[in-house]
Design a protein around this ligand. Structure first.
Ligand SMILES: [Zn+2]
Length: 214
């Protein structure tokens, strides 16, 4: 009788330990935070392998898929549902291609940018709008100086870097990539706040003094 109880207790203990280990494994996997830091400048490379997988490119650029630009592109291209971009200056062709690729895949892309710089030479904002990406821009006198992206409302990419080739290839810049829930929520709230503030229904096309006839 005692022996039977002991075996039963041993069996239950084994099941409990097994369940505990499984739960601990799931908890550790779920809680492992995403923390990546990218530094620029990064050498100019061909990005076709990421932007047009399966195609053969014979351009003279190095055909590598490491480096900060590749990592940034990979993080953007993993978007399945939404991409929020809040970028002061956006003139990088490979990053614009990544955004257009996501738009074509059906990812809901929203872009906020600065009114002064969206018409600057080389800006990709026109190309994005032409493709149907919804863009809103600042209206106030201060710059819309943010540089951040939120992928699938679960990953924030933020730092000093404008999305320009100058920043990618020449400047000392940094990007932090995180899935910290508090950070993601704060950036989403800031995006939504600006999205509503820059609603085209509220755009003012003439300075107030002109409207007053002065
Ligand atoms: Zn190439």
């Amino acid at each position: 009788m005692v022996s039977a109880v002991s075996w039963r207790q041993l069996g239950l203990a084994a099941v409990a330990v097994s369940l505990g280990l499984e739960l601990m494994y799931r908890f550790v996997r779920r809680r492992r935070p995403l923390r990546e830091v990218l530094f620029f400048p990064t050498p100019l490379i061909c990005t076709e392998a990421l932007l047009s997988p399966g195609t053969c490119c014979s351009c003279p650029l190095p055909h590598r898929t490491d480096g900060a630009l590749s990592q940034l592109l990979r993080r953007l291209l993993q978007a399945q549902h939404t991409l929020e971009l809040c970028i002061f200056t956006f003139s990088s062709p490979p990053l614009a291609r990544a955004v257009l690729l996501l738009h074509e895949r059906g990812v809901r892309v929203r872009v906020i940018t600065d009114s002064d710089y969206m018409a600057a030479s080389g800006s990709q904002i026109g190309a994005l709008r032409k493709a149907g990406v919804v863009v809103r821009h600042s209206q106030s006198s201060g710059f819309m100086h943010h540089k951040f992206a939120v992928v699938d409302r679960s990953i924030v990419i933020t730092g000093s870097m404008n999305w320009t080739m100058q920043a990618i290839q020449t400047n000392r810049e940094n990007l932090l990539i995180t899935d910290d829930g508090v950070c993601v929520q704060a950036y989403m709230e800031e995006f939504q706040r600006l999205w509503e503030e820059f609603d085209p229904a509220g755009y003012c096309f003439f300075p107030e003094e002109d409207q007053n006839g002065s």
